[in-house]
Design a protein around this ligand. Structure first.
Ligand SMILES: [Mn+2]
Length: 313
């Protein structure tokens, strides 16, 4: 297994600027040492930058042009990594970058791809229902191909970025949710095929039972390739202070360790055909907090998750 480290220095998808420095900050904190320690070979790809720098405002999706061209570039890189049989690890950037990265994975893996979104927010808003019109709250809606009335820009994303095989509800899982908008709550409620666990669900049931259910669900729908999209706001702001969208009562250090171990076991389980397709690490904003705490806990999560994954036969 070879990891492709892909920097995605885009931060116009959220309200605050600065997440584009998350990539450099995670490198400085020791991302490459981590792969070396785990004996995982890696290649560092040229980071993808936002080409259009002028501030643009569109009533439906903020900074649409910049986001669109960025998503095209990132998608291309992810597709090429997967064609080389490498595992792309995309370091953002804000969460809107997942529009490009997961679209690339969907293009290559089609309906054998499952996505696990580890986040305080489901990122399920369409332009029609989004209160902020910030794209970082919309990537899952786009990947699932949800409708947004009278929005040509949204249709353009559907046609030119997200592949024809959209992410169906039975391919979409969330863990750690605790801040949902009205539309998001009702969508998750209505779609029985999705897998969604809030932070308090997990607290009540425990990690073991959560993963027992999750494994069953993955098996039921024959997921073969797993894309893990990790938003650092899933962690409590006290251990991940570099977030632009702090929500109280997030994952503790112990939660993060448990989650990573459970995922590690899932990927190493030889009776299951589930392999790691790729990952996003997003929303580290070192201009909000430069203490390095967020990076430290993110690296711990990665280290536990990737332990021995390269040795899977
Ligand atoms: Mn997010």
């Amino acid at each position: 297994m070879t990891v492709d480290i892909i920097g995605a220095t885009y931060d116009k998808g959220g309200r605050a600027r600065g997440a584009k420095y998350g990539y450099e900050s995670l490198l400085r904190a020791g991302l490459k040492d981590l792969f070396r320690d785990l004996h995982i070979s890696y290649e560092t790809k040229d980071p993808i930058h936002s080409l259009l720098d002028e501030e643009q405002f569109d009533a439906n999706i903020k900074h649409f042009n910049a986001a669109f061209s960025f998503a095209c570039d990132l998608k291309k890189q992810v597709v090429s990594s997967l064609e080389n049989k490498n595992v792309p690890i995309v370091v953002g950037g804000d969460h809107s970058i997942a529009l490009g990265s997961v679209s690339g994975a969907l293009e290559k893996k089609g309906s054998s791809l499952g996505v696990l979104w580890i986040d305080a927010h489901p990122d399920l808003n369409t332009p029609q229902v989004s209160p902020s019109k910030n794209l970082h709250g919309m990537p899952v809606a786009a990947l699932m191909g949800l409708d947004s009335k009278d929005c040509d820009l949204w249709s353009q994303l559907m046609e030119d970025i997200v592949p024809k095989t959209k992410l169906s509800p039975c391919r979409m899982a969330w863990m750690g949710l605790r801040d949902l908008d009205e539309f998001e709550t009702s969508f998750i409620h209505k779609n029985e095929d999705v897998f969604a666990k809030t932070k308090s669900d997990i607290e009540k049931m425990g990690w073991e039972s959560c993963f027992k259910e999750y494994r069953k669900w993955l098996e039921k729908y024959n997921t073969e390739h797993l894309w893990i999209s990790f938003d650092i706001d899933s962690m409590d702001p006290s251990i991940a202070p570099a977030t632009g969208t702090p929500v109280e009562d997030g994952f503790t250090v112990e939660d993060i360790r448990n989650l990573a171990c459970m995922l590690n076991h899932l990927l190493l389980d030889s009776s299951k055909q589930i392999s790691l397709c790729g990952m996003d690490i997003v929303e580290i904003n070192p201009t909000i907090d430069a203490s390095g705490e967020t990076e430290k806990h993110t690296l711990m999560f990665l280290k536990e998750l990737l332990q021995n994954v390269n040795r899977k036969s």
